[in-house]
Ligand binder design. Structure first.
Ligand SMILES: [Zn+2]
Ligand SMILES: [Zn+2]
Length: 387
């Protein structure tokens, strides 16, 4: 089947009928398969995927299932393609699309909400009330690529225009895959109030979101920005990204140290990206009264929380999901202005064919891997031609 007549293409970007795509079978089992290239509908484009970053959530989905939800249930043996942090080139336009042009480089957000529920209308499309209702006879228009619809470990993917972000030529493919990670950190800081200039922030957990969280907080003018974690090499990268102070929690009492660095007062905000069992209680202890905690990590078990302490001290807790309120656009603006160098967290690149090895590097943190990127051959070939 070729693309329908109402889809616009261009001879410089020929679209084949089939593509290679990784498909999830049983838990942990991915195979490279042939799939039809999907056709963009109204308000959608077809993206030729050039590069994809691997996220810890991809590993969760591939091995355990949630938070992916395919046809109302777990994602196994449903011909589902995971992968969500991708960038590429627009190669076909759905009917009526004039917001993007063929040949334009874009990176993508994950969530296109339904656009009609209460939360979507508030800009909280990552909390869409019609999450995953896009199969069988039900089509609410919701897409979350790599979660509830096919994702980026493939050659092509359909995206709603609301999920696209233009990529400047000054940004590499690898860096462009990190925009959505910075966007998640930006969303967290947005929910905490957004204007953090001159206010103090602790970011706990130097994973990709935490590291870029320190960078975004600094770019927003926070002072001081304190990054906490257990790995010195990652803390050092956090310093290069903008953290004013770093604390290795293995060597120091983190609460005492934060209080010391803030003249005994404690900080205004904590962005919790570690998922450690005591993280919420420690975050509360680091805050001044009336402070706010943003929760961006998934703890493995249900932690015990000292609720009375939170109440006594008027502490606010915000859970965030993904990258809502077009935070990715603001993150991209910082990256385009070189306000921080997100590429510091990109450590490895593999060919798309070597996805299994790339996933192993990400999962086992081989060679201190932080962000592992896989590239399709066409993108690698173009880059070589350019060099
Ligand atoms: Zn992710
Ligand atoms: Zn919605």
């Amino acid at each position: 089947m070729s693309l329908p007549d109402n889809v616009t293409t261009h001879e410089d970007f020929p679209v084949p009928e089939t593509m290679k795509a990784w498909v999830l079978g049983d838990p942990g089992e991915l195979t490279l398969a042939d799939k039809p290239v999907p056709a963009p509908g109204k308000a959608e484009v077809l993206v030729r995927i050039d590069a994809v970053a691997i996220c810890a959530t991809d590993l969760e989905i591939i091995h355990h299932g949630p938070p992916a939800m395919i046809q109302g249930g777990d994602p196994f043996n449903k011909n589902f393609t995971p992968g969500h942090e991708y960038m590429g080139t627009v190669v076909a336009l759905g009917p009526g699309v004039d917001e993007y042009r063929i040949g334009e480089r874009v990176t993508v957000e994950i969530h296109a909400g339904c656009g009609q529920c209460k939360r979507c209308r508030q800009g909280m499309y990552t909390s869409c009330h019609n999450y995953g209702k896009n199969y069988g006879d039900v089509d609410k228009g919701h897409r979350a690529n790599g979660f509830t619809t096919d994702g980026g470990f493939a050659e092509y993917a359909v995206n709603n225009i609301n999920t696209l972000i233009h990529v400047d030529d000054g940004m590499t493919d690898e860096e462009a895959t990190l925009v959505v990670t910075a966007g998640t950190a930006m969303y967290g800081l947005t929910e905490l109030g957004g204007l953090v200039a001159g206010e103090s922030v602790v970011v706990s957990g130097p994973g990709p979101i935490g590291l870029l969280g320190a960078a975004v907080a600094k770019a927003l003018g926070a002072q001081p920005v304190i990054l906490t974690g257990t790995r010195d090499n990652r803390l050092e990268i956090g310093r290069q990204l903008g953290a004013d102070h770093v604390i290795n929690v293995r060597n120091e009492n983190v609460v005492e140290k934060v209080r010391e660095l803030t003249g005994g007062k404690g900080v205004d905000y904590v962005v919790e990206c570690s998922g450690a069992p005591q993280a919420v209680n420690e975050a509360a202890q680091m805050l001044n009264r009336g402070g706010k905690i943003c929760l961006a990590a998934f703890p493995g078990s249900a932690p015990e929380v000292d609720v009375a302490y939170l109440v006594r001290n008027n502490i606010y807790l915000y859970g965030i999901r993904g990258e809502g309120k077009t935070a990715t656009h603001r993150a991209e603006a910082f990256m385009r202005q070189k306000r921080f160098d997100a590429s510091l967290i990109h450590t490895h690149t593999f060919d798309m064919e070597d996805l299994a090895e790339a996933l192993r590097y990400a999962k086992d943190r081989v060679e201190d891997a932080i962000k592992v990127v896989v590239k399709n051959k066409h993108a690698a070939a173009r880059q070589m031609a350019a060099e």
